[in-house]
Design a protein around this ligand. Structure first.
Ligand code: TRP
Ligand code: ZN
Length: 887
């Protein structure tokens, strides 16, 4: 590459030398030639050198004119560079007017102002505003915006921007105008504009102080009947945020717009959230239970940003987790309160353990507050989001709910209207609670997943149990050595019948006799001794997953089976089932690799049967406990990953369990049959999950077992909701026969006009166990169902194949790697964000056998050799290649 993109460092942060007192924007919208006028008042900050130039970011636009306090500037007055404008001689206070022209129609990066299904929309986070006009595009520059929009009235009857609507009128030539005023100071990444032919569903919410807020969801006319669930979710989120956090909405209206072309999930623009339509639109016939639940959580997430992100924002992008970690934590708590807390917690941890842990042990490993980045878009990661949320949760655990809430109140009181750091957040928590979080801060600065090892020693004579706890953290790029973390370790001791025993910690004052304790593990090695411990107690550790660590402990399979059946912590019951099944599967993987005979231990089948037939427990919890550990979770625990052996071992267990428990699966399947209208209640969702789990195991016997095959076909054709229909279709699509082909064809014929359902259809085929899956994926790419410019389509076909179909993607001949390389090379020139996300699986090359790793590495090298590479992809590829293979 000609000039390598350079990293930005946290240590180089300097405040912006000017204040921006206000910003007025005017848009004359035309798909190919949009004119943007921006008028900003700048004021040099006190103590800033008069020589300091004004620097504005800007890219991908034509500068038409520039004037200062009304006087046009000439080319001698400024320098126009690739990355923006520099004005060397500016007064201490002045108004700068910039007129530029942009081409939204040609914008396929979906960053800045672009068109989706013929409608205008914007995406400014993180640095998209600079593609709209020249401005200090950084989150610590906050100002008040007014936005005037002019466009053809017939084609674009709806014209929206942030804040409150203050003017609306018709113009000549069939054009019309709206003007919006946002009374709140905001950074440029929260700016939004939408213009198009949209219909709107309206509702209202009365806030706790009695203000009435207009709620609007804008969608294309064909989707008008799919907004009820999002609206209901929004009202629940608004009420919940008042009750739980005391946060009230602050504008007269709150708008959501659904668009089909979107790089991420959704965006929290002030008063005007823009959503990937996947997280808005739902009807039982088109959306699955998980879709309904995701909509609730994403609508909540974006709404919650209004306080955690918008009112209080980030000083710089290294502080991204300030808003994202905290807001994910808030949306998790919201979903937990609306549904089942235990189920929600298990789902979070499952994703964290399989995906965030993998990120933390790979070449992209970075602290929750990164120290440097080449392209900030590459840092919207599981680490910043999910691990960041775990840090907030740990603070709540260490401070208690009341202490934590006092911290939140102090944080808002101190920083409302400011752009701050994660350190400011932790300081507010400390100051409000008096708890010392000095060592805790290392969670923000050190990358990698800590490993806690616990040795237990029981002294029957003294009735004492000693836990010998050691912690360590593997090296990550740029961080060879780590200091010990402050780890909250929640624990209980369970008696032989499962009841928690009173805890007596030697040398401890308060809290004696409690049934559960949070130990503060702070040293590299530490011992905890409990007294009055009876014979046969079992330790339940890391309850509710009190810290994002890997726990290793000498727990026997019998103890795991005991915890799986008796632990009163639902998370730990699930975790025991995963540890038990995980251990067993890893043994089987080993046997597959050695060519040994596979046998399934009878104790596992019995434990499985006991859970399956449990009619007391929440069926969602059962479905989670009975699901085999994810391939990615098993892979993460192997020194050298063998995708084929993992697949074979899992398929063996699935088949064996199905053979041995066929009748039980049939019984439970029939018991869980749906009756009555579709509802998204925890009970109904749980029944469908358990039912489809049973069908999934039974399918291991089909199509040879014709009775089972007919059952699947029956569910496919008579299912009354997308959850049941798509579950059945997924099982049919694992085979290549007349029934399967017919089912896939009928499904497509029914839904070809509905992009979100077509995406499910693509995803199902990309996940298929069929050996010729890649061939099918390539064939589908050539059909009208696919579109390389639409991120959802790319994710559901290419993304699912490469990240969700490990055994086929990792085909030993390297065909999967070559396929991914070609797609990434095609996408990078027009959408770098998507290309960089897609390439991630190739970065794991050092973890595979010599043949695979050489092929994966070769694919990366071929990408690196390209003459033009976006900064996004360059960063991923070069970090991927900057690794050595162990052994
Ligand atoms: N702030 C958004 C969220 O998490 C994330 C987001 C939406 C985003 N669109 C983006 C991040 C584009 C980077 C680029 O709620
Ligand atoms: Zn967010």
């Amino acid at each position: 590459m000609a000039d390598k993109p350079q990293p930005t460092y946290l240590k180089d942060y300097v405040p912006y030398p000017f204040e921006v007192e206000r910003l007025d924007l005017e848009f004359d919208l035309e798909p190919h030639h949009t004119r943007v006028l921006s008028r900003a008042r700048y004021k040099r900050k006190e103590h800033v050198d008069v020589e300091e130039p004004l620097r504005l970011n800007g890219a991908g636009q034509t500068l038409l004119s520039l004037s200062l306090d009304g006087t046009p500037l000439t080319a001698l007055d400024y320098r126009c560079q690739d990355s923006g404008l520099v004005l060397p001689n500016v007064p201490n206070a002045f108004e700068l007017t910039v007129v530029t022209e942009i081409d939204p129609e040609a914008n396929k990066a979906l960053e800045g102002l672009y068109l989706s299904s013929g409608n205008f929309c914007t995406q400014c986070e993180a640095q998209g505003f600079r593609r709209i006009t020249y401005f200090p595009d950084r989150p610590d520059v906050m100002t008040r915006y007014t936005t005037t929009i002019r466009a053809d009235k017939q084609r674009f009857p709806v014209l929206l921007s942030n804040g409150n609507l203050v003017e609306q009128c018709d113009l000549d030539d069939g054009r019309h105008l709206t003007r919006w005023e946002d009374p709140f100071f905001k950074p440029s990444y929260l700016f939004a504009l939408v213009a198009g032919d949209l219909v709107c569903q309206e509702d209202a919410f009365t806030t706790m102080s009695g203000r009435e807020v207009l709620l609007q969801i804008y969608v294309e006319a064909r989707n008008a009947d799919k907004c009820d669930h999002a609206m209901l979710s929004l009202k629940k989120a608004m009420a919940w945020d008042e009750q739980r956090f005391g946060f009230e909405y602050d504008l007269d209206r709150f708008m959501i717009v659904a668009v089909d072309d979107f790089n991420m999930g959704a965006m929290e623009n002030k008063g005007l959230n823009v959503f990937n339509s996947k997280y808005v639109l739902a009807r039982p016939e088109t959306a699955t239970d998980d879709d309904f639940l995701n909509i609730e959580s994403v609508v909540g997430h974006e709404y919650f940003h209004n306080w955690t992100g918008n009112r209080i924002t980030c000083r710089d992008w290294f502080q991204l987790s300030l808003k994202e970690g905290l807001t994910v934590f808030r949306d998790q708590e919201f979903s937990a309160d609306m549904n089942s807390a235990a189920v929600k917690r298990i789902e979070e941890v499952r994703i964290l353990q399989s995906h965030q842990f993998a990120e933390d042990s790979g070449p992209m490993a970075h602290p929750v507050r990164p120290e440097s980045y080449v392209e900030i878009n590459n840092f919207y990661t599981m680490t910043v989001y999910s691990k960041g949320a775990e840090l907030i949760r740990m603070m709540q655990t260490l401070l208690g709910r009341d202490g934590f809430m006092a911290g939140i109140r102090l944080y808002v009181q101190r920083h409302d209207g400011q752009a701050v750091t994660t350190d400011d957040f932790v300081a507010a928590m400390e100051d409000a609670s008096g708890v010392d979080l000095d060592q805790f801060r290392r969670w923000y600065s050190q990358a990698g997943t800590p490993v806690i090892h616990v040795e237990q020693h029981y002294d029957g004579e003294r009735q004492q149990l000693t836990l010998d706890v050691t912690q360590s953290c593997p090296a990550t790029p740029g961080q060879p050595d780590k200091q010990p973390f402050h780890i909250p370790l929640r624990l209980a001791l369970l008696g032989p019948d499962g009841t928690p025993q009173p805890l007596h910690l030697v040398n401890e004052s308060g809290q004696q006799g409690a049934e559960e304790l949070v130990l503060s593990v702070t040293a590299a090695r530490q011992k905890f001794c409990f007294e009055q411990v009876g014979e046969g107690c079992v330790v339940s550790l890391l309850r509710d997953f009190s810290a994002p660590v890997k726990l290793t402990m000498n727990t026997s399979r019998d103890e795991l089976a005991f915890l799986m059946a008796h632990d009163n912590d639902a998370f730990n019951r699930w975790n025991a089932s995963q540890r038990l099944a995980g251990g067993l599967l890893l043994d089987l993987v080993d046997r597959v690799r050695k060519g040994q005979k596979l046998i399934l231990e009878p104790m596992f089948v019995e434990a499985f049967r006991t859970s399956l037939l449990d009619e007391q427990t929440d069926p969602s919890l059962l479905a989670l406990a009975l699901a085999l550990p994810l391939e990615s979770f098993l892979a993460e625990q192997m020194e050298e990953i063998d995708p084929q052996a993992i697949f074979t071992a899992r398929e063996f267990v699935r088949h064996e369990v199905a053979v041995q428990l066929k009748d039980d699966f049939l019984t439970v399947y029939r018991r869980c049959a749906d009756s009555g209208p579709y509802e998204v209640t925890p009970q109904a969702v749980g029944q469908r999950r358990l039912k489809n789990l049973c069908l999934g195991y039974l399918a291991a016997l089909a199509p040879q077992d014709n009775m089972i095959w007919q059952m699947i076909l029956e569910q496919f054709s008579t299912g009354r909701n997308m959850t049941d229909v798509s579950a059945a279709l997924g099982l049919l699509a694992d085979h290549d026969n007349r029934d399967s082909r017919h089912a896939l064809d009928t499904f497509y014929a029914t839904w070809k006009e509905d992009p979100l359902v077509v995406e499910k259809w693509l995803g199902i085929q990309a996940r298929s166990r069929r050996e010729d899956c890649l061939e099918q994926v390539e064939r589908l790419m050539g059909t009208p169902a696919f579109n390389l410019h639409n991120p959802n389509k790319v994710r559901s076909l290419i993304g699912v194949f490469c990240q969700g179909n490990s055994v086929r993607f990792h085909a030993a001949d390297g065909s999967g790697y070559d396929f991914l390389r070609r797609q990434v090379a095609l996408i990078d020139p027009f959408n770098p964000q998507i290309a960089a996300r897609l390439v991630a699986p190739l970065l794991r090359w050092p973890r595979y056998d010599d043949t695979r790793s050489a092929l994966m590495k070769q694919a990366l090298e071929q990408l690196q050799a390209k003459t033009t590479l976006s900064a996004d992809l360059y960063e991923m590829v070069s970090k991927g290649l900057d690794q050595n293979k162990k052994g």
